[in-house]
Design a protein around this ligand. Sequence first.
Ligand code: BJW
Ligand code: ZN
Length: 263
Amino acid sequence: MASSPDANEIESRARAHIAAARRIVVLTGAGVSAESGVPTFRGPGGLWRSRRPEELATPEAFARDPRLVWEWYAWRRSVVAGCAPNAAHLALARLALARRPHTSTLLVTQNVDGLHHCAADLAARDADPAPAYPLEVHGAIHRDRCSRCARRTQGLSAIDTTSEDRLPRCESCGGLLRPDVVWFGESLDADILEEAFDAASRADVCLVVGTSAVVYPAAAIPEATLARGGAVIEVNPDVTPLTPRATLSLRGTAVETVPALLG
Ligand code: BJW
Ligand code: ZN
């Protein structure tokens, strides 16, 4: 009986897939930012250990108690404001630069923390043209959107959550502002989603970093790569529902694994 490959063997197979790929899609989740100090959603220390997602990350929750929802997002904004991209964000930003023009690389993130954007800015200092920015399929926590007219604005850094009357309002129509993120039961931006699935369905490799792979439709992105015969490489310290389907699974944190894999 053949023994299962050890971690070094899996990493070298993953490197070979990436080296040979002409089209790469990267899908990231909260785990890629964990070592920057941004809490994940599920698992130990996750944002939802003490609250159910339906209490906070749904349009119904916002309609019921916008003050409570804003309190949570204002706290998370302050956490993210104190965080910087880590070595995994930077290695992923450089991947896109290093491999072009021979390889197309698209970074798709479920994260709303903006750290892939910051990493792209850092990596792009000397790059011409600048790298493509990630597709943020679940929005961005640092932006606001009017819950009535949908006008988007730069998010306010200080939100007064002491009473509902003091919550931020739209300058155009007076509607309540909300964070510009995608909550459960809300549709993702159709153009962004189409671009992500289109790239995944043509990719030779889909590299999936730090997601529990339970939230749809984002969790189906790697399936599009598998369906066209491409390889899915998962980086995660834990097993996920994607693991049995993945071509290769690298067990480790993003910072331990991604720079070494792409270096
Ligand atoms: C590390 C690490 C380290 C830790 N290094 N790794 C099909 C089937 C079933 C249900 C549905 C379906 N289609 C739609 C649904 C309903 C729903 C859904 O998916 N529900 C399931 C949960 C059951 N989806 C939706 O409602 C979506 N809308 C939609 O589909 O519209 C059409 C429609 C509507 C209604 C019905 C049917 C269709 C919208 C989903 C929006 C998700 N929004 C959130 C909040 C965003 C705003 C905010 O930030 O507050 O997005 S939920 C939350 O989960 C957030 C994340 O982006 C998302 C994914 O989480 P992620 O990133 O995977 O984080 P974790 O914490 O779960 O996992 C972290 C991972 O990292 C773990 O695996 C760790 O091991 C690992 N890790 N340390 C590397 N150092
Ligand atoms: Zn408005």
